[in-house]
Structures are given as structure tokens and as C-alpha cells.
Ligand binder design. Sequence first.
Ligand SMILES: N[C@@H](CCC(=O)N[C@@H](CS)C(=O)NCC(=O)O)C(=O)O
Length: 212
Amino acid sequence: MYELYWAYDTASFGPQAVLEEAGLPHKLIPVDLAAGENYGAAYRAISPLAKVPAMRLPNGAVLYEATAIMFYLCEEHGLDDLMPPPRDPQRALFLRSLFYLSNNVQDTYKRFYYPQRFSTDPFDAPKIKAKAVEALMDCWQPVDAHLNSHGPYHLGDNFSLADIYMTMLVTWFQPVEDLLAAYPAIRSCHEKVCARPAIRVCLTPPRASAPV
Ligand SMILES: N[C@@H](CCC(=O)N[C@@H](CS)C(=O)NCC(=O)O)C(=O)O
């Protein structure tokens, strides 16, 4: 059974969505980011940079990096519908879309969510965040253009990892309606992805613990 170190509304969405889509047995292990649990020694031994997701394989090995985990699951379980295999005609544009999302769009969110990490002066944070919003709007433009010409999904009629990754990153935009209003092809793809039962599981917030 896979053990996914996970927090709601984070990069653990991507691996969780692949596990759910493929119906692979797994256990979610919540990591309390708000309480700083990720910075404790126990979690650092799992993920040296103190990030979620991380995933323990049945053989005990631990993977981190959302894209790597998603790739691994697709390869290991032959999920060719989610990830075109080498020499598939759709493979090249698939790789472009997925790595554009993870290397550019996802990376730009760091400036929005962790502005204090980008300056020695805490008073710079509002300006860093404001600039990050501008950069995000620019980053999303090629995604919308691609979906507009190749959609409704990144691979035309075929739903794939790239769409999962896109929806994960769309949900991080605040307010999300500003992004969706500017980019109709992203909205159309995002709505299709969100309607999938497996994705709905991943979008559902965890229930608060019962009071003790
Ligand atoms: N490149 C990593 C990024 C992971 C990442 O930044 N995770 C965030 C949540 S979305 C996190 O754990 N942040 C905690 C922190 O940086 O303190 C991946 O894609 O897995």
C-alpha cells in the first residue's frame, strides 16, 4: 500500500488524484503544515526540504516531488491513458505542458505564498505578492492558448496528468474567479476536471476532527 504524506490544498493533490483516478490502494498521512509538523525531525527524515507531498512505496523507499511521484505511479502501473508512453505521438506536447506547469506556474506561486522568502526585508512582502499575481497571469496565458487550440484537455479529448496538474494550480489562485474569467479555455478544462468523481474526492476538504 502507498503512504502519501499529504496536506489538503497543496501539491499533494497531484499524487492523490493519480492514486484516486487509478483506484490504487493508499493511505493518506496528514502533515500539519500550519503547526509546523513538516519542520520536525521526524518529517525531515522523510522529506529533507520539509515539503509535502512525499510518498512511501511498499518497498519502504520514499519519493518526493509531486511530478516525480505522479510519473512513477503512471509508469509503475501502466497508466498510459494518464501519461502517453515514450514514442506515443502525444508524448512531446504532454511533456511540454506538464513541465511548463510544474517548473513555471507552480514555481511562481512560491512568491505569492511565501513572499518572506524572497527578500531580507519583511516589508517587501506585499510588493512581492502583487508582482507574483502579475507574473502568474502571464504564466497562465500560454496554457490558455494551448487549450484554446488543442482542447478541451491538454491532449485534446484525452484527460491526462497535465490536466490534473493544471487544476491543482488553478485552485491555488486567489480569487480563482479572476483567473477563470480571464482564461476561458482554462475554465472549460478546469470544470471538466473538477466534475470527475476521483477529482471531487481530492477537492473535498477533510472533516474537522471531532471535539474531545
Ligand atoms: N516542488 C515540490 C514543491 C512542494 C511544496 O512546495 N509543497 C508545499 C505545499 S504546496 C509545502 O510543503 N510547503 C511547506 C513549506 O514550504 O514550509 C513538489 O512539487 O512536490
